[in-house]
Write a protein that binds this ligand. Sequence first.
Ligand SMILES: [Zn+2]
Length: 341
Amino acid sequence: MPISYIDVPIPDAGNVQEVAPGILWLRMPLPFDLDHINLYLIKDGENGYALIDTGIGTSKVEALWETILNKLNKPITKVIVTHMHPDHIGMAGFLVDRFRAPFFMSHSEYFVCRALSAGSQGASDWQDDEYLVRCGMSAEYVAKAKQARKEGKGMGQFIRPIPLKYERLEAGNSISIGHEKWQVIIGRGHSPEHVCLFNKQTEILISGDHVLPIISPNIGVYSTEPNANSLAQYLSTLPQFLDLPANTLVLPSHKQPFIGLHTRVDELIKHHHAHLDNLREYCREGKTIKDCLPILFRRKLNPHNMFFAIAEAFSHLNYLYYSGEFSRHVNADGQFIFQRI
Ligand SMILES: [Zn+2]
């Protein structure tokens, strides 16, 4: 089944749009190249709405929430967050406090987010420097990144204080919203324990960032776990979506709701394998992670994109290292050199 987008207008900032009976779609702005996130409100009986994801924690988004809450004129009954990234969890604390609503996340996403948003608590940061050196970044880039960390420009700046209590969502669980049950499906690789929700009766999937149309979710290896094999985790948690009905309506966190889940899952798998093939060809001679960026990304990278681009290149190279196809060693400059065996 080819990918098709459902015929409903994209909601303007501060407005909601029904995408299925009892499900409202809204958008919140993001201060990045990817300039929006989709959020969904699901009618929770007559009482109010369960909310999926919350928007990044900025004053602009807070003002838009005030507009939307005024229009809804009903409370938020549950705040459900698919994963820990600031565009998803950013305003959770604000909304949970406002309505004293229960807050749902997976275990890993909740605690990783609390840990990362709290900053380093004075721990030394040579590991963060070392990560960038291993990636092949210049001394100037490493110094700038260090300065930015010092100034506290980490992910915590975009996250309102995280609620101190949560309800755990895990694989095989389901959560009741109104009269319906949404089954929890866990994806890994984009984030540690990403929650997707599937409604069997209506054949609707809330896919978060795990399955996106048009763009490929970022699959990265970061400084907290430089030996991670995120791409293997991602590729191993995609095929389970092929077991859902082919005509499932997918409600993603970016771009537009679509039908064609199986086609999109196949495309995403192929996309990463194409990247891996290109790296197999390119790394006949030893290369640093940074050397590989033009092989994976054609566009020019700004500093924000660069951070994610090196993480993405790292995940592909680690995948080839763990599969036994590439060697990996540290050269005299402290950089990882990956080479096809
Ligand atoms: Zn994300």
